[in-house]
Design a protein around this ligand. Structure first.
Ligand SMILES: Cc1cc2nc3c(=O)[nH]c(=O)nc-3n(C[C@H](O)[C@H](O)[C@H](O)COP(=O)(O)OP(=O)(O)OC[C@H]3O[C@@H](n4cnc5c(N)ncnc54)[C@H](O)[C@@H]3O)c2cc1C
Length: 574
């Protein structure tokens, strides 16, 4: 084993050779600390990745300064209303991981509070994901990411059933276009088996036709990895929250964690933007800011570097595939896909096709901007595939793209998940670096955290825990008779507000008064789909504003698109 000093020199040498930048490197307990200046963001990233690629390095803290590096702005303190409250456990982060963990912990007789800095759930990574329950084939074998992926994937049937969330196993279909690619298919089957994806299937043309009709004549063989799923992500977040609330969780939105107090190296209190609460356990599920929470607690040992992904979504009238569909040429890994899958052709549970996501390292963790280049690169990569392999279907048409969105993945330089009790601070559990396939892995991650807490604290069981949550009816999915009955009980079901997605006024009202009420037009959109259709809110926005203004008892000029100062109306025109 090289000493820490020798390891630091090795890392420094590698970085200098590759980037021609001289940075200071030190190593302690397997953690590499990088400091100094780099000429560019790319050089600083490369330094981090080089350090992370060395096996002996456990994690990397990258403090290299480069031109354009963003300053971190913590959430602002706004009140003291929570000061004096006590909880057994605080979960930081209302994304899928924080919520899944909080739900899992509600199986114990513990008072659990979840703090989320935004005014809604999952608006950093989770709602910007592609909603895919990945098979484990693409995760690096032997990593924690892979383990959580292969363990989490099969748990979704039960989880989605308990939470009453739309979930379908559509499968990943890899097709060969020529004899050379056909020869690679058995290899794909073996890799899937090695990664614990159950029973991948080699298909002949008849098998392919039963799954994906209308394939080009040269496509004769393929592999089906059937366990790939798709899920309705926002419904899942709401479902997890509602179920955990009914089992005793307290959720505080618009509440950022701004500090952590420890005593004798143990968690004692959590400072939030709304005051300080006492707690002995802290679950760090803060996604893109998990390294900041670790720093607040005095246990900083990794850096999150945001990797942006853009996705385009097509109108429902364009539905060329049923599976997650890829030719061998795309399914095979390339340099571009070193740290991610490199995007795909992915259907959604709502019937819209997605192309995406891209993978671009960015400086700003909150960069959700969409770009013409992102759209073009996705269209240019995937449209020819569909045109070539699905010739009997309508040609892909950019005019059918109805929306584009982006979000950043919370990657560490080891590119693996961190799910462990802190080595320095008692009562702190890190659930960090949860980039893709974090959604697919969520049930296994939550279970792992539950077991960490069980082993450390032996909490009593909550005998009243009920894992089941029932969702309320969606008007558009009901038959005429059931729709008529609903309208008789509540005439607001008879007012269709969003004609693209067939959303009624009653559903918008419900979204504004639910257990986790919508606080913005985006919040209504996520809960009801009003505004997610072909016209993207062109027709329904004014109507929804009237309803929201009435139900929230605020003037329309105070209505937000998302949060902060995102007022929909800027001023009077006349
Ligand atoms: C473009 C893209 C596509 C993806 N596609 C897939 C996919 O198809 N399948 C898949 O399995 N995975 C996918 N992923 C990964 C997946 O989305 C994430 O792994 C998962 O959502 C992580 O959930 P999380 O709860 O850890 O993070 P987040 O959803 O980011 O939640 C963390 C929360 O912590 C909050 N927070 C941060 N700091 C504080 C603070 N100080 N105080 C209070 N709250 C705080 C944030 O506001 C945030 O809401 C994708 C990710 C991206 C970006």
């Amino acid at each position: 084993m090289p000493s820490d000093k020798a390891l630091a020199r090795e890392i420094q040498g590698e970085i200098e050779k590759a980037t021609r930048n001289r940075v200071a490197v030190s190593v302690r307990d397997g953690i590499a600390w990088l400091r100094g200046h780099s000429s560019s963001h790319d050089a600083a990233l490369e330094a981090g990745h080089l350090a992370g690629s060395i096996d002996k390095v456990r994690e990397v803290v990258n403090d290299i300064v480069f031109p354009g590096k963003m300053r971190f702005k913590p959430p602002r303190k706004v009140s003291d209303e929570l000061t004096g409250r006590k909880f057994d456990v605080v979960v930081v982060g209302g994304g899928v991981i924080g919520l899944a963990v909080a739900r899992e912990l509600s199986q114990f007789n513990l008072s659990v509070a979840l703090f989320e800095r935004h005014n809604d759930l999952g608006v950093d990574q989770t709602t910007h994901s592609n909603a895919m329950i990945h098979p484990a084939i693409q995760a690096k074998h032997g990593t924690l990411r892979w383990e959580m992926n292969y363990k989490g994937n099969p748990m979704w049937d039960e989880t989605a059933r308990q939470l009453d969330v739309d979930f379908k196993r559509v499968g990943t279909l890899i097709v060969a276009e020529n004899a050379a690619e056909e020869a690679l298919l058995p290899y794909a089957v073996n890799v899937a088996i090695k990664h614990n994806d159950p029973e991948p299937k080699l298909l002949d043309r008849a098998g392919l036709d039963s799954l994906e009709p209308g394939l080009a004549p040269n496509v004769r063989k393929g592999v089906l990895i059937w366990n790939t799923g798709i899920i309705n992500v926002f419904e899942l977040l709401i479902a997890c929250a509602e179920n955990a609330l009914s089992n005793g969780l307290s959720i505080f939105l618009d509440t950022g964690v701004i500090g952590v107090q420890t005593e004798d190296s143990a968690i004692k209190a959590i400072d939030t933007s709304r005051g300080t609460v006492k707690a002995g356990l802290l679950i760090n599920a803060a996604g893109l800011y998990a390294d900041r929470i670790a720093e607040y607690a005095g246990d900083r040992f990794f850096t999150i570097h945001p990797r942006k992904g853009e996705t385009v979504i097509f109108d429902k009238s364009y539905q060329p595939v049923r599976t997650i569909f890829a030719p061998v040429s795309i399914a095979a890994e390339t340099e571009e896909t070193k740290y991610t899958k490199g995007g795909g052709i992915i259907p959604t549970t709502d019937g819209n096709l997605q192309f995406g996501p891209t993978a671009i390292e960015v400086c700003n963790r909150e960069d959700v901007s969409t770009t013409a280049e992102g759209c073009d690169s996705l269209f240019d990569k995937f449209a020819p595939v569909l045109e070539r392999l699905k010739p009997e279907y309508e040609k892909p048409d950019k005019g059918k793209i109805i929306a584009q969105f982006a979000g950043c993945r919370a990657a560490t330089y080891k590119e693996d998940f961190i799910i462990e009790p802190s080595k320095k601070v008692r009562g702190l559990v890190h659930v960090a670096g949860i980039q893709s396939p974090g959604l697919a892995s969520a049930p296994a991650i939550a279970e792992r955290v539950r077991e960490i807490i069980r082993e450390e604290r032996h909490p009593p069981v909550n005998s009243k825990f009920n894992p089941v949550r029932k969702r309320q009816a969606r008007f558009s999915e009901l038959g005429l008779k059931e729709q008529g009955e609903l309208i008789r009980t509540n005439p607001l079901y008879g007012h269709i507000v969003c004609r693209c997605e067939n959303v009624s006024e009653a559903e918008v009202v419900r979204a504004l008064h639910g257990d986790i009420p919508a606080r913005s037009l985006d919040g209504v959109k996520r809960r009801t789909r009003a505004g997610q259709g072909r016209c993207q809110g062109g027709f329904c926005t004014p109507r929804i504003m009237e309803i929201a203004s009435r139900e929230m008892h605020i003037g329309k000029e105070h209505l937000l698109k998302s949060e902060g100062k995102s007022y929909v109306l800027r001023g009077r025109t006349k």
